[in-house]
Design a binder for this molecule. Structure first.
Ligand SMILES: [Zn+2]
Length: 116
């Protein structure tokens, strides 16, 4: 297991997610969570995919922010596991997660069998 490479990947994803969260939501220091900001009424927000995903969200980015935040927390969790030396272990059964799975999703918490 090359955790150095995984750490790099996770840190890159962390920075990307932070930028996306800042773009679509705002951080609430009181709760430690992100909330979706109102969708800007400008041509800048003309992202077709995002628009389609948030069509039913009453003009806020809450759905996309919720998903980004979940990914973000998984990334932070995975980085913490690298520090603790438990990275790459399934959180349900304790067995090693395949490198193939981690390559596809460095923030995976469980093996394929125990994936929700
Ligand atoms: Zn497992």
């Amino acid at each position: 297991m090359n955790t150095t490479l995984m750490k790099e990947k996770l840190q890159t994803e962390k920075v990307t997610l932070e930028a996306e969260l800042a773009e679509h939501g705002r951080f609430n220091a009181e709760t430690g969570n992100w909330t979706g900001s109102a969708i800007a009424n400008s041509s800048e927000g003309a992202d077709v995919n995002v628009a389609a995903d948030t069509m039913e969200e009453l003009g806020t980015n809450s759905a996309i922010v919720e998903e980004l935040e979940a990914r973000y927390k998984n990334v932070l969790h995975a980085l913490q596991k690298i520090e603790e030396g438990s990275y790459g272990m399934c959180e349900v059964g304790g067995e090693e997660i395949s490198e193939e799975r981690l390559a596809a999703n460095p923030a995976a918490r469980t093996c394929v069998e125990h994936a929700a």
